[in-house]
Design a protein around this ligand. Structure first.
Ligand SMILES: [Fe+2]
Ligand SMILES: [Fe+2]
Length: 177
């Protein structure tokens, strides 16, 4: 029992420091008005673009940290990867070719508000591979590609089952039944 308590304490400390480190990676981005505007648009199911991007960002951060990759760039690129800022369900708003065009729209918007490193740029513009043919150049981009697909599947399943849960920093962001 004592051993179990020690293990639990160690795990919760790790989770706490993980959350703090993750927040330090993306805090300045989350303070930007354009990034907050992502919360106005639904991405999949009931998840807004911002909640979707936070989930992709945090999962990418965790994987890259574990694999000793550039987790900061992965977290930042993951948060900005869908910064296209329109309702993609509306064909008139730019949704018709959305799957193919939104990575470049997101890159344009991101470069308008801050300077990106080459990994962050690669993540944003290539995260839709293989739908868009440009092959990811960095391992961090592969991780975000994978995280985006995992989170998207999760959000679609939530849409089908009617259960909605989102995690960020190890905490549920919201849950509705
Ligand atoms: Fe996307
Ligand atoms: Fe996405």
């Amino acid at each position: 029992m004592e051993w179990f308590r020690c293990q639990s304490a160690a795990r919760s400390t790790l989770r706490h420091s993980d959350a703090e480190e993750y927040s330090a990676c993306v805090a300045d981005l989350l303070a930007l008005e354009q990034v907050q505007r992502m919360d106005m648009f639904i991405q999949h199911g009931r998840a807004t673009c911002l909640k979707h991007s936070q989930a992709v960002s945090f999962l990418s951060y965790r994987i890259c940290r574990k694999c000793k990759l550039d987790y900061r760039s992965a977290a930042r690129g993951g948060l900005l990867h869908d910064l296209f800022l329109y309702d993609w369900h509306d064909p008139a708003a730019g949704g018709r070719w959305h799957g193919f065009t939104h990575p470049k729209a997101a890159l344009r918007n991101a470069e308008d508000i801050l300077s990106l490193n080459r990994i962050e740029r690669d993540i944003i513009v290539k995260h839709m591979w293989p739908l868009t043919p440009a092959v990811p150049r960095f391992r961090e981009t592969w991780v975000v590609c994978l995280a985006d697909k995992i989170v998207t599947c999760h959000e679609f399943m939530e849409g089908v089952t009617g259960r909605h849960e989102h995690w960020n920093n190890g905490k549920k962001l919201y849950k509705t039944d």
